[in-house]
Design a protein around this ligand. Structure first.
Ligand SMILES: [Fe+2]
Length: 196
């Protein structure tokens, strides 16, 4: 398998998110997760399986950090890709689903934004393939709190590194800025992959 490659940003700056903020986040932090995923995968290719141990072993450490780094890649790619739009109320399939599963766009948005305030890492609107329902997920780490079988549809990064340059401790203002930049077309494209 070829190494992962960092995907480029499709914008330089956004209303409420500066070029510096986005560049540090994308070019340094996200790119770092891509690099570390490749490094870990390289080491796993020759790791000692016989020495596997749940207290400490090279296999254990590499496997734990593999999901941290790889989910760091996937969540950041989801985040950057679902920004760059006009935000506000959506249209298309996601509009119907939010209405069906949350009652209205406004009710969903109120819960999603509150989840953003409650999370230390990520807030993810996900589609559970088994239950066939939408849910807002709160996680504190890339490899903690996700639900297996639930596909991320909209990803919000609430680590301080995502907003501190622009907003310092004003996290709520950052979450509001995120909502104004959601690319609902990207969200609908993800739903389409799920055969909606
Ligand atoms: Fe981030």
């Amino acid at each position: 398998m070829p190494d992962l490659q960092a995907k480029p940003l499709k914008y330089k700056e956004l209303p409420g998110l500066s070029e510096k903020q986005l560049a540090e986040h994308h070019d340094v932090l996200y790119a770092g997760y891509v690099k570390k995923t490749n490094e870990i995968r390289g080491k796993l290719a020759s790791v000692d399986l016989v020495a596997a141990n749940a207290t400490y072993s090279d296999l254990r450490e590499l496997k734990i950090e593999e999901t941290f780094a790889l989910n760091g890649v996937k969540l950041h790619e989801g985040y950057f890709e679902n920004l760059g739009g006009k935000g506000g109320a959506p249209s298309g399939a996601i509009a119907d689903l939010l209405m069906e599963h949350f009652g209205s766009f406004e009710k969903w948005a109120a819960e999603f934004m509150a989840c953003g305030m409650a999370a230390r890492g990520w807030t993810v609107l996900a589609w559970d393939l088994e239950e066939r329902r939408l849910m807002n997920i709160v996680t504190d780490l890339h490899n903690q709190g996700g639900v297996w079988g639930a596909v991320p549809i909209l990803v919000l990064d609430v680590y301080e590194h995502a907003y501190f340059l622009d907003y310092a401790t004003a996290k709520k203002k950052y979450v509001e800025a995120f909502m104004q930049n959601i690319d609902w077309e990207a969200v609908n494209a993800r739903l389409k992959k799920l055969s909606f």
